[in-house]
Design a protein around this ligand. Structure first.
Ligand SMILES: Cc1cc2nc3c(=O)[nH]c(=O)nc-3n(C[C@H](O)[C@H](O)[C@H](O)COP(=O)(O)OP(=O)(O)OC[C@H]3O[C@@H](n4cnc5c(N)ncnc54)[C@H](O)[C@@H]3O)c2cc1C
Length: 144
């Protein structure tokens, strides 16, 4: 996993690799934003044997869907780091994200996709750190 402390300044760090976080990360990667997803592996529906109401994936196992979503994000240059984020510190022009395995990773924008209840220290409910600008429609993009 090519993640180095303080050396890199990501455009966006996404906290949470559930359906929301991986979808956002894939869009960000397609939009040429350097994107790091930090997440613990257990998603909200991880205990379920299969999913319903998910287009093209009805009856599939959650783990299989997430594996495919992780691969799709990776195709667009998104890096995935399995870790718990324990705190977030906002500065004028960047945000430092800290976790068990990471003393500090930096980003310009932070996207919180931790699910309905969990929230790292330093982030009050509803607080937004920066804005992510995407120019739509997305240009076709394939990283080599
Ligand atoms: C048993 C069950 C079955 C379900 N079945 C279906 C279904 O069949 N069809 C359907 O449409 N919906 C279903 N749902 C609902 C669906 O699972 C949720 O709507 C969806 O998972 C929410 O996605 P999310 O990305 O917002 O959050 P999550 O899936 O919860 O993902 C959030 C991620 O963030 C991580 N995270 C949280 N805090 C931190 C932190 N501090 N540091 C690092 N990582 C962190 C979590 O570990 C997780 O990986 C089901 C839910 C449950 C509980």
């Amino acid at each position: 996993m090519g993640v180095s402390m303080y050396d890199d300044l990501y455009d966006v760090i996404v906290i949470g690799a559930g359906a929301a976080g991986l979808t956002a990360a894939t869009m960000l990667g397609r939009s040429m934003r350097s994107t790091l997803v930090i997440s613990q592996p257990r998603r909200r529906n991880s205990p379920a044997s299969s999913v319903n109401n998910v287009p093209y994936a009805d009856g599939a196992a959650p783990a299989d869907i997430y594996r495919k979503m992780e691969q799709d994000a990776g195709r667009y240059g998104v890096t995935l780091l399995w870790d718990e984020v324990t705190s977030v510190r906002a500065y004028e022009d960047h945000v430092v994200v800290e976790g068990g395995a990471n003393p500090g990773l930096r980003c310009r924008r932070l996207l919180l996709a931790t699910g309905p209840r969990r929230r790292p220290a330093g982030l009050a409910a509803g607080r937004c750190l920066g804005q992510i600008g995407l120019r739509l429609p997305l240009l076709p993009h394939v990283r080599t």
